[in-house]
Design a protein around this ligand. Structure first.
Ligand code: ADP
Length: 852
């Protein structure tokens, strides 16, 4: 047992030991575990610390590198700084302006070459104190100290540096070289001095000063930049306000307060706003008067940067000159008006006796005279007429010159006007054997609104010249036209001749006044040389245009263009033309063409022949309703042709066109012709004749004769009242109507005329216009008032040359018509016949016979 016990004991002991071991080994294991953990943590720490150390080492290494680089950089930066400073100085040295630095002790510590060169004194070097430098400069004789003694100047210059704000200053360091000194104190007490070469600027400034007028420049804010002394002098009152930087308006206001602008006084605010408005409109030129009487012309222009540059010119002398000129002009105009009035009066005065001279000469020519006496009388008459033409020209011209010519437009018949003028000129043309032809465009209206008197004057001059300067051939008046703006016609009138012509070198000034082409060919022609000048001015007044084409020795063509309104056509009884076939004979090509152009539109077929022989040949082949033949033709004239036609047994009506009324009278009696028309023929006359040809000739004759034979014995004498204050003119008038079967009574003035109108009961009245006591106008007005409601008695005014306004005035006074003096027998006779009332005997029996 014991053993077992011992064994058991032993076993227990062993088991306990084993348990203890197990426990101990677990404890050991746990301790080991803990130790392991601890050891791991420790090793982690060590690793970490090792890392930290390594990092620190790396950083130290990097910093060391950096330091090395930094040192290198520092080295490099230093080099750069040194270089930059050198470069800076090099640059400062290259600039043309002077640059210098003085230290706090006023010693020159730096200066560029330009600075040193400016003073051009070897003694001026670095280290020199400022006062010494000033001393050296002041001693240089070339510098301009502005008249101040050197010492004083130096004191001033030193004092300048002591001020807080050092003003820039300009110095002329030698003639023609200026610098501007700009000094600035730096923070460390250094003084930096800039010496800018402003020679160019000063040159421009000097030029601006030298401008003889006021010059001013404002910036885009309208602030004064610069102005010259002249500007200040012109606006002396506002000169104190002319400080650079002051606005234009402020300067104006300053001037206004001083009462500087004469035109602004009393309306300052308005004036200012007007002036500022003008200001906003650069380029406008204004003229202003200042209170001291000066006149200024102001002109401003915008500068590219939006500023204003202006000039002020003293135009007082110009204004004085203008005023003197104006005064002279007014005086001259007054003198010219006086001259014009004088001329008008004189012309009347001259015309009245001339009327006597011309009228008496005409009457004298009608009496039986010896050859020599006739020559004398004819010369008196023609000289008198020539004198009247000259007086009329001078009068017209002076009136145009005095601009007193007014146009009086009224409806008139252009074709008739041309025709009448041609009729008047026909005798002169006939003397030379000239053909006077009118070609008035068929399709053109004939009535227009214009000044008939002036149109007549134009045409008379041109046609008259053409007749005057043509010895053989023709004068052709041609009128064509185009419809222009509403109701207007663009008329184109040409007067063509085959006369002496005008040399090319004379054409240019042919329309000038007193221009006569002086050549051997035309010295024999009389005239004032005013005709074309008047014509041109008249046409220009009518807004037309005149021109001329001419060839020396060949002929001339004067043309003019006018735009005239068409007048309402008067109601014209338009009969139909029954005639269908016409044979027209004329040796003149133009005449044939005109006839053809006039007839064809009426539906008439026209056969044209150049001669009598050609006509006879044509008549052999066929028959014609009417034969129209020219009178004057070479070889076989119109009369011979008529005779031959009748001999051939052809009895077609024949119309003779003749330019000789004398022959016409003889031929009329022969009753060979259906009609006799005076050349140039009026379209309307031709048509009228053709219309009447529808009836057998005998009937026409009867019809015309009938009223005359019906009641011949019951008629009384025509009563005519002539109001005329001038005895000579009364005599002339009396003699001119001595063949007329009339009862003539004279009134010596207007008052008498009115009285006689009532007592004498005239059938018609001739009324002189200018008469004492009561003139012709007043008398006519009085007569018209008296006869109100009763029969209208025709009044024909007798006037001097149609004066401006006369026609309108005269017609306004109730006068029916006017005749221009000197009076013509024929014209008076025609007027008498025209106004003879049915109750009275025909006043001109002879004339009536001729005209029947
Ligand atoms: P005048 O009163 O001398 O006729 P005008 O002014 O009418 O004055 O004419 C001036 C000049 O122009 C004339 O003297 C003449 O030399 C020239 N002249 C005018 N018309 C013609 C024409 N049809 N043919 C040739 N010369 C002409």
């Amino acid at each position: 047992m014991e053993f077992a016990e011992r064994l058991a004991k032993e076993r227990r002991a062993r088991l306990a030991a084993e348990r203890l071991l197990k426990h101990k080994s677990r404890e050991l294991f746990i301790a080991n575990e803990k130790l392991g953990l601890h050891a791991r943590a420790l090793s982690d720490q060590i690793v970490e610390q090792r890392h930290v150390v390594a990092t620190a080492l790396g950083e130290a290494e990097r910093l060391k590198g950096q330091e090395t680089r930094f040192v290198a950089d520092l080295d490099r930066a230093h080099t750069v700084a040194v270089m930059a400073e050198r470069r800076l100085w090099d640059s400062i040295d290259t600039i043309s302006d002077g640059f210098a630095v003085f230290d706090a002790n006023q010693k020159l510590v730096a200066a560029n070459s330009a600075y040193l060169a400016l003073f051009d004194d070897p003694a001026i070097t670095l280290g020199l104190p400022y006062p010494d430098l000033l001393g050296l400069i002041a001693r240089n004789r070339q510098i301009d100290l502005g008249g101040v003694p050197a010492d004083l100047w130096i004191t001033d210059m030193l004092a300048r540096w002591d001020s807080d704000l050092i003003e820039p200053m300009v110095l002329q360091i030698r003639p023609g070289t200026w610098i501007r000194l700009i000094d600035k104190r730096a923070g460390d007490g250094d003084m930096v001095s800039l010496a800018i070469n402003i020679t160019e600027e000063m040159r421009i400034l000097a030029a601006i000063e030298a401008i003889p007028d006021g010059f001013v420049l404002f910036d885009r804010e309208d602030r004064l930049v610069i102005c010259n002394q002249n500007y200040r002098d012109i606006y002396a009152d506002s000169a104190p306000a002319m400080v650079p930087g002051t606005t234009f308006e402020e300067i104006l206001r300053y001037g206004l307060q001083c009462g500087q602008y004469a035109e602004a006084i009393g309306r300052e605010d308005d004036w200012l706003s007007e002036r500022m408005a003008q200001r906003g409109n650069p380029g406008t030129v204004i003229e202003q008067q200042l209170a001291d009487g000066t006149w200024v012309r102001a002109q401003d222009k915008a500068t590219p940067d939006g500023g204003r540059v202006g000039l002020r010119i003293d135009i007082t002398p110009l204004k004085e000159q203008q005023a003197a000129l104006e005064a002279a002009r007014v005086a001259a105009e007054a003198a010219s008006r006086a001259k014009s009035a004088f001329l008008a009066n004189m012309s009347h005065e001259i015309r009245t006796p001339m009327n006597g001279v011309v009228g008496m000469a005409e009457l004298l020519c009608d009496t039986s005279l010896s050859e020599e006496q006739r020559l004398f009388a004819e010369t008196i008459r023609s000289s008198g007429e020539a004198l009247l033409v000259i007086i009329n020209d001078i009068l017209d011209f002076s009136k145009i010159e005095a601009e007193r010519l007014t146009l009086h437009p009224e409806p008139f018949d252009l074709e008739r006007t041309i025709h009448e003028i041609s009729m008047l000129l026909q005798p002169r043309a006939r003397e030379k054997g000239l053909d006077l032809m009118i070609d008035f465009d068929m399709f053109l209206p004939t009535r227009y609104v214009g000044d008939p008197g002036r149109v007549r004057q134009i045409l008379t001059n041109l046609i008259g010249n053409a007749v005057k300067f043509t010895e053989k051939g023709h004068v052709l008046i041609r009128v064509v036209g185009l419809e222009g703006e509403t109701g207007h016609h663009e008329l184109h009138v040409t007067v063509e001749d085959t006369g002496v012509g005008i040399a090319a070198e004379n054409l240019a000034d042919i329309f000038g006044e007193f221009n006569q082409v002086e050549t051997a060919t035309n010295r024999k022609f009389e005239g004032t040389g005013l005709g074309l000048a008047i014509t041109k001015r008249l046409i220009e007044r009518m807004k037309g245009e005149i021109w001329v084409d001419s060839e020396l020795g060949k002929g001339s063509c004067f043309g003019f263009r006018l735009s005239l309104p068409i007048a309402e056509e008067p109601e014209m009884p338009r009969g139909t033309i029954a005639v269908k076939k016409v044979l027209a004979v004329d040796d003149q090509f133009i005449n044939r063409t005109i006839l053809e152009r006039q007839l064809v539109p009426c539906g008439i077929s026209v056969t044209l022949c150049r001669s009598g022989a050609e006509a006879l040949a044509a008549l052999k082949k066929e028959s014609f309703d009417v034969i129209i033949t020219d009178h004057e033709m070479p070889e076989m004239d119109g009369l011979v042709l008529t005779q031959r036609i009748r001999e051939a047994g052809i009895d077609s009506p024949i119309i003779l066109l003749s330019s000789s009324p004398k022959n016409a009278q003889d031929l009329r009696a022969s009753e060979t012709f259906a009609a006799l028309l005076q050349k140039p023929i009026l379209r309307a006359d031709l048509y009228r004749q053709l219309q009447s040809i529808t009836m057998p000739l005998a009937e026409v004759a009867e019809a015309v004769v009938l009223p005359e034979v019906s009641a011949p014995t019951e008629l009384r004498q025509m009563r005519v009242l002539a109001a005329e204050d001038n005895r000579t003119n009364q005599l002339v008038f009396q003699k001119m109507v001595r063949d007329a079967d009339i009862d003539l009574v004279f009134a010596n003035n207007g008052v008498e005329a009115v009285a006689l109108f009532q007592s004498f009961q005239p059938d018609m009245i001739f009324m002189d216009i200018s008469m004492p006591q009561m003139d012709g106008r007043e008398a006519s007005l009085a007569i018209r008032a008296l006869e109100a409601g009763k029969t209208h008695v025709p009044i024909v005014a007798l006037t001097a040359h149609a004066m401006d306004g006369d026609s309108a005035d005269i017609l306004a006074a109730g006068i029916d018509r006017y005749m221009t003096k000197p009076l013509r027998k024929g014209a008076i006779a025609a007027t008498l016949s025209e106004f003879c009332p049915p109750l009275a005997r025909s006043p001109m029996p002879a004339a009536e016979e001729n005209a029947a």
